[in-house]
Design a protein around this ligand. Structure first.
Ligand code: F6R
Length: 192
């Protein structure tokens, strides 16, 4: 494991974007595992800038998202190379099986991006002694609903369930880049 320390959010985002772009340059048809949340926003902005300047080519890249709320529909139809759990599929078992198989059919994820929750959650895998290994449907804990209500109009609007890659799905990735920033994450970074 390699630990990079950055002086602030901008530097962290630039360095992380540098690692992602190195992956794309080394393997233009790579599979990237993408995370949401606020942490990787700066990284994505930097990648967009490099793309707009013509320095980065995503045409061969395929992506799989770490997780998705159940009950949330896509705002945009993603392009053919971008994949995420179908939040509108009501049959959890069917959707988990479909998404796990899809990830497997793409071969290994070359680089998986991850954030980390204040309590240490990864994707929507809450801290535990036992983990669901594969893509599964999670009942969100009250603390996760509270933490994520900032992305919704109110806590009541936060879906109660989500689809997430399991720990084994994530650990099959060839490389993992986990990012954490801000004082609020200091304890969990120290304890991890
Ligand atoms: C991301 C995800 C979550 C976040 C975590 C941290 O797809 O599923 O695990 O990485 O909640 O969120 P932020 O980055 O908003 O602090």
């Amino acid at each position: 494991m390699r630990i990079y320390r950055a002086k602030d959010y901008e530097e962290m985002s630039r360095r992380a974007a540098g690692i992602v772009s190195a992956q794309i340059i080394m393997k233009p048809d790579c599979v990237l595992g993408l995370a949401t949340g606020s942490t990787p926003v700066g990284l994505y902005k930097q990648l967009i800038e490099w793309y707009r300047n013509g320095d980065l080519d995503f045409s061969g890249v395929r992506t799989v998202n770490l997780d998705e709320y159940k009950g949330i529909s896509r705002e945009n139809d993603p392009a053919g190379n971008t994949h995420l759990p179908d939040g509108m599929e009501p049959d959890s078992e069917k959707e988990c099986r479909r998404y796990e198989e899809l990830i497997r059919s793409m071969g290994s994820v070359d680089l998986q991006l991850l954030g980390i929750g204040h309590n240490g959650h990864i994707g929507f895998n809450e801290p535990s002694d036992v983990f669901d290994k594969q893509v599964h449907c999670v009942n969100l804990t009250q603390s996760t609903i509270e933490a994520n209500k900032r992305f919704f109009a109110s806590a009541e609007d936060v879906p109660k369930q989500a689809y997430t890659m399991g720990i084994q799905t994530i650990m099959r990735s060839k490389k993992i880049l986990i990012m954490a920033n801000g004082e609020g994450k200091a304890d969990i970074v120290r304890d991890s």
